[in-house]
Write a protein that binds this ligand. Structure first.
Ligand SMILES: [Zn+2]
Ligand SMILES: [Zn+2]
Length: 389
């Protein structure tokens, strides 16, 4: 490694020197921050090895990366300086030039196009958001798919076996997913040189975009498979058998392993998730394994007690209303609810009592009620209770 004395570097360190035209000097002042000592920026000695440089850069760049310091302009500037410093010092020619002259002439690469992207990919592959993009020729697992299956509450109660039609991408059988016509092969994309990503410099930052030519694959198929047009996958509709267990709840999902989209380039298929949507029932509302509904009864039925026919899922049943039952009280038919999803047995069918007050009375009904009211007053019980006496 060339070691250059301090003085030589200092005297040559003259950005915006008078020999430059005044307009150019002003332009450089405005558009290029005068570079600080690159060794100082990276906190390394002048005879640091490449490994030491890389280590120092990696640590500092991670700490000052804009993704980790959103909105922090100082961090962004430091990050830019670090990039400049490392871009120059990691290149043997540029480092030698910098050591001799204290600057690197724009003709020797400048700061904008030294290829930060490449540095970044080398050092931080996949570490920061937007740093990825390389996926060439690797086997890719198929996507997981989601299918929404609507069932009735009755079906949820009994369990159901049904068929669903699933549109999905499947691995092409003609080319076994390679996307290439037999006898032909993939070629490295010339637009991105296989990286799958092209880099643009925007101000301080170098931004990566998915390569438009190869779509991020890094490769181009010269003779694509005729069946799948090079995709490696074809669209198919599949009829799949699904078994929904009794007691399933709204929003639960079942995983059908390997029934998702087919993989690309030999990758395994994804999974299919069947999300069960239990439709609202006209009468019952479900809470865990219990089913709730309202049961309208008259005052007399509640006071005297009775037996009524009530709806249950898929039929009717008899329910005993004990004398003295209160409004809003919940009466239960044990075991007439939903099957417990885990464990044995069923929940209950629950009937919340609603007191029905007649809006019109016949003369006979009125007479009977008035007699009842008079009898209550005689006893003093009911009215006294209401008035808190
Ligand atoms: Zn194919
Ligand atoms: Zn490309």
């Amino acid at each position: 490694m060339v070691t250059v004395g301090e003085t030589t570097r200092e005297t040559a360190y003259t950005p915006g020197a008078p020999s430059l035209g005044p307009r150019l000097a002003r332009h450089l002042d405005r558009h290029r921050v005068v570079p600080r000592d690159y060794y100082e920026v990276l906190g390394v000695s002048r005879n640091a090895t490449d490994a030491e440089l890389k280590k120092a850069y990696r640590q500092l760049a991670m700490r000052n990366h804009p993704d980790k310091n959103p909105g922090d302009a100082e961090a962004e500037n430091r990050f830019k300086e670090l990039n400049e410093a490392y871009a120059i010092l990691s290149d043997a020619d540029k480092r030698a030039q910098y050591d001799r002259f204290g600057t690197v002439s724009p003709g020797a690469g400048g700061f904008g196009d030294v290829g930060f992207g490449t540095l970044f990919e080398d050092l931080f592959e996949g570490f920061f958001s937007g740093g990825g993009g390389r996926q060439r020729s690797r086997a890719v697992r198929g996507e997981d798919l989601q299918y929404e299956l609507k069932i009735t509450l009755e079906e949820a109660a009994s369990g159901v076996e049904t068929k669903i039609q699933v549109p999905r991408l499947e691995t092409c059988e003609t080319c076994s997913g390679s996307g290439v016509e037999s006898g032909s092969k993939r070629e490295v994309c010339q637009a991105c040189h296989g990286r799958g990503e092209v880099r643009y410099t925007q101000g301080f930052l170098t931004v990566g975009r998915t390569c438009p030519r190869c779509g991020g694959q890094g490769e181009i198929v010269a003779n694509p498979c005729a069946t799948c047009r090079g995709d490696g996958r074809v669209r198919r509709e599949r009829l799949l058998q699904v078994k929904i267990p009794a007691g399933i709840e709204d929003g639960m999902q079942m995983r059908l392993s390997g029934e998702g989209a087919g993989g690309a380039r030999g990758g395994p298929p994804g999974d299919l998730y069947v999300v069960v949507r239990v439709q609202e029932h006209e009468r019952f509302v479900r809470r865990d394994s219990d089913l709730y509904t309202e049961l309208p009864l008259t005052f007399a039925q509640l006071a005297l007690g009775t037996e009524v026919e009530v709806p249950v899922l898929g039929g009717t049943a008899k329910l005993k209303v004990p004398p003295g039952t209160q409004p809003n009280q919940v009466l239960r038919l044990r075991g007439k609810g939903m099957q417990h999803l885990r464990g044995r047995g069923h929940g209950d069918a629950c009937y919340q009592v609603v007191l029905e007050v007649p809006q019109k009375l016949t003369a006979k009904q009125r007479e009977a009620l008035e007699a009842f009211e008079a009898a209550m007053k005689d006893e003093g019980g009911w009215v006294k209770k209401i008035l808190g006496g």
